[in-house]
Design a binder for this molecule. Structure first.
Ligand SMILES: [Zn+2]
Length: 334
């Protein structure tokens, strides 16, 4: 990874958010921490390394583990995708999350959408992933449907069979569209727009906070009361880069970060009706007529605007190891 950039990037982010932190702290309702609870979950782990990447796979795993520990996050969940953990080396990387105390759930082997497969084929695919993760430390029998497709016409039979296998539903209440931001990160890395990346990350962090707040407010209406939120991320570079700031900002906004186990302890999806209500809500607001901030095309256009805006001057460059502090204008390199 580009360590110097990384240092500059984290420095600029912490400076960026330092002033906002104070203002948020002042207008935070005293009781918010008791109500706003959120669990963080990361799908498709362990994500393979694209050609242009910020972290290698082991670096990314280390980064997640270190940040989550440093920030005292009790536990997060990584939903394993079997095809990403097919060989021993990939399994070793995935296992490290379990060894660090995080949960490892099942996200199938091939990432097939459940409604487009025969139930028996789909369930075989679940078992294939299960066999890879079942002996890992902190294996957690929680199942997350690929593409959040819970099976359409096969939903009842799939639910029943998964329950028989000991799995509970790893449903999502707050999607983030993180993969769109990640694809722009990869594009920026390819084009070597390294210094512009902090704009993208800044934009992404704001977006994640917005998603948390929006879905908290709206799923309450569906659920009939405040829910323990479950946020969907992917185990990718943009999250490895931003998770530290995301955690800080969530907490500044009154969120308590809880273990996914705790989030699912009081399950929202207790019966078919509550599940149907949540699905209908997502269908209407996210998939069919997407909200602007979850509309892929809109988000793509917004990110492009930000990435293509003229550079701002950088007034201070602090080198790694702190050996040199040089006030300088390096707009041309941005
Ligand atoms: Zn997935």
């Amino acid at each position: 990874m580009n360590k110097q950039f990384f240092f500059l990037f984290t420095l600029s982010l912490s400076l960026m958010f330092a002033t906002e932190k104070q203002s948020h702290a002042q207008d935070k309702p005293a009781t918010s921490k008791k109500v706003k609870q959120i669990a963080l979950t990361f799908d498709d782990a362990p994500m393979p390394m694209p050609k242009a990447h910020f972290f290698t796979v082991p670096e990314r795993v280390t980064r997640f583990i270190d940040v989550l520990k440093e920030k005292n996050v009790p536990q997060v969940a990584f939903y394993a995708l079997g095809v990403h953990a097919a060989d021993k080396w990939q399994q070793k990387q995935l296992r490290r999350y379990g060894e660090a105390g995080h949960l490892i759930g099942n996200h199938t082997y091939h990432h097939w959408p459940a409604s487009r497969k025969k139930p028996e084929d789909f369930l075989d695919d679940v078992v294939r992933c299960h066999n890879i993760i079942v002996d890992m430390p902190n294996f957690w029998p929680s199942f997350r449907f690929p593409e959040l497709d819970s099976g359409g016409a096969h939903k009842a039979i799939l639910r029943q069979r998964l329950n028989m296998m000991g799995y509970s539903m790893g449903y999502v209440t707050a999607p983030t569209l993180d993969w769109v931001y990640n694809s722009h990160l990869i594009k920026a890395l390819k084009n070597d727009k390294t210094l512009k990346m902090h704009r993208l990350i800044n934009m992404y962090v704001e977006h994640v906070i917005h998603c948390a707040e929006y879905f908290f407010e709206h799923t309450q209406k569906v659920a009939g009361g405040p829910m323990r939120m479950v946020m969907l991320f992917h185990e990718n570079d943009i999250n490895a880069l931003s998770i530290s700031t995301i955690i800080d900002k969530l907490r500044d906004n009154g969120w308590e970060i809880i273990s996914p186990k705790l989030a699912y302890e009081k399950p929202f999806i207790e019966d078919e009706n509550s599940d149907a209500r949540l699905n209908a809500f997502f269908k209407k607001n996210v998939f069919k007529t997407p909200l602007k901030f979850l509309d892929m095309h809109h988000v793509n256009a917004e990110i492009k605007k930000v990435m293509e805006a003229p550079p701002e001057p950088i007034y201070k460059v602090i080198h790694l190891h702190g050996e040199q502090v040089s006030p300088t204008h390096t707009a041309s390199t941005q």
